[in-house]
Design a protein around this ligand. Structure first.
Ligand SMILES: NC(=O)c1ccc[n+]([C@@H]2O[C@H](COP(=O)([O-])OP(=O)(O)OC[C@H]3O[C@@H](n4cnc5c(N)ncnc54)[C@H](O)[C@@H]3O)[C@@H](O)[C@H]2O)c1
Ligand SMILES: [Zn+2]
Length: 354
């Protein structure tokens, strides 16, 4: 068992790395059980795959775990069910699933009875390394992704890499896009660990994943501790995301988030080359790692620059209509750049086309 502690002014908590049926997990849930009804929130697929884990604590509510249903309407259904099942202010919600279940359960617990406690049990690679940590919760609106939500930190995160064994290969790649981002933007050691273990990553070596997931969480914790509400350094976690969000949108979400981030890393890398922020051999290292991991690295012909630019200008990360883009400065470090000439953005994106 390993633990990481995330220290925040009001809501410090542990990320516990163990097996889901371990006494440590049990102890943690008991610690935050204040005597109210516990509600585990999950989805049907996970209930079928892991019936014992899903039914372990309290009542069960199954979400429709798709982006279309990551909505206010689904939150309302969840909250009504919570009332029906006898939840109250002392209740605890447990999110058992990927990022969609985690974001929605977190958001629901931030507003149920004006805010109750919740615990994250992430079951996808992306949720383990990213969405379960840091307290961002929310849902989509018809006009865009994650446009309604709240910062609401979990009481604990219980992470068991064994859940990865049933995850489809594409969902592993989805997580890997985000993992490469941590390496390129924030941790040279992590990048080198990935570079030296491509086969293990592709063959789902769980020992290796245990270390990689831990290292990513460590990087994210250190950033979130410095800047919980994203007023400064937390923006660096968005490396590859400005372009990535545009890719997700122009592909009608056919490209997964992590794949889109991978393509976004290449666009950011090309732009950083044109601004003389980093060296070509660093770019080549990043590119070659992504190719070896089977991540997409090219923008498709049919994704038009003007459409993508429009989306990028509407991103949550813009400030008074100005683009703020995170760019790498070497393997393991990055900065936020503003006032980048549009022609350089265009040129960089054209250089990434298939
Ligand atoms: N809060 C944050 O900081 C943050 C960060 C990144 C992403 N997100 C959000 O996370 C969401 C994406 O999360 P995701 O990539 O985990 O997607 P997801 O929750 O849709 O899960 C992906 C797929 O894997 C299935 N699944 C989950 N666990 C499984 C398992 N162990 N075995 C087999 N199948 C399993 C799910 O049913 C689903 O079909 C997006 O909505 C995104 O906005 C949030
Ligand atoms: Zn992301």
């Amino acid at each position: 068992m390993k633990k990481l502690h995330i220290k925040l002014p009001h809501d410090s908590y542990d990320i516990i790395f163990d097996e889901w049926d371990s006494p440590e997990f049990e102890k943690t849930v008991a610690e935050f059980d204040r005597g109210g009804q516990i509600l585990t929130v999950s989805e049907r697929k996970l209930q079928k795959l892991y019936p014992l884990a899903a039914y372990r604590y309290g009542e069960l509510f199954l979400l429709q775990g798709t982006e279309e249903n990551k909505s206010m309407a689904e939150i309302e259904r969840l909250l009504e069910c919570a009332v029906e099942k006898g939840c109250d202010r002392k209740s605890l919600f447990i999110a058992f699933g990927g990022g969609i279940v985690g974001d929605m359960t977190g958001f629901a617990s931030s507003i149920f009875m004006r805010g109750i406690d919740f615990i994250q049990v992430p079951t996808t690679l992306l949720a383990m390394v990213d969405s379960s940590v840091g307290g961002k919760t929310g849902v989509n609106l018809a006009s865009g992704k994650n446009l309604a939500g709240a910062f609401h930190q979990p009481k604990a995160v219980l992470t068991d890499v064994h859940f990865l064994e049933t995850l489809p290969e594409r969902e592993i790649r989805n997580g890997l896009g985000e993992i490469v981002k941590y390496g390129v933007g924030l941790s040279k050691d992590l990048f080198e660990l990935l570079e030296n273990n491509v086969e293990g990553l592709k063959n789902l070596d769980l020992e290796l994943y245990r270390k990689v997931v831990y290292d990513c969480c460590e990087v994210k914790c250190s950033i979130v501790q410095q800047d919980e509400k994203e007023q400064g350094v937390r923006a660096l976690l968005n490396l590859g995301h400005t372009f990535g969000h545009a890719v997700e949108a122009v592909s009608n979400f056919e490209i997964t988030h992590g794949e889109a981030v991978a393509i976004g890393l290449v666009c950011a890398g090309e732009l950083a080359l044109r601004l003389n922020l980093w060296r070509k051999d660093d770019f080549d290292r990043m590119y070659s790692l992504m190719l070896k991991l089977g991540l997409p690295v090219k923008l498709r012909k049919e994704w038009k620059f003007d459409d993508m630019m429009k989306i990028m200008l509407h991103d949550k990360k813009t400030e008074s209509g100005k683009l703020k883009i995170v760019l790498p400065t070497s393997i393991g470090s990055s900065i936020v750049e503003k006032n980048i000439p549009e022609n350089l953005i265009r040129e960089s994106m054209e250089a990434c086309r298939e």
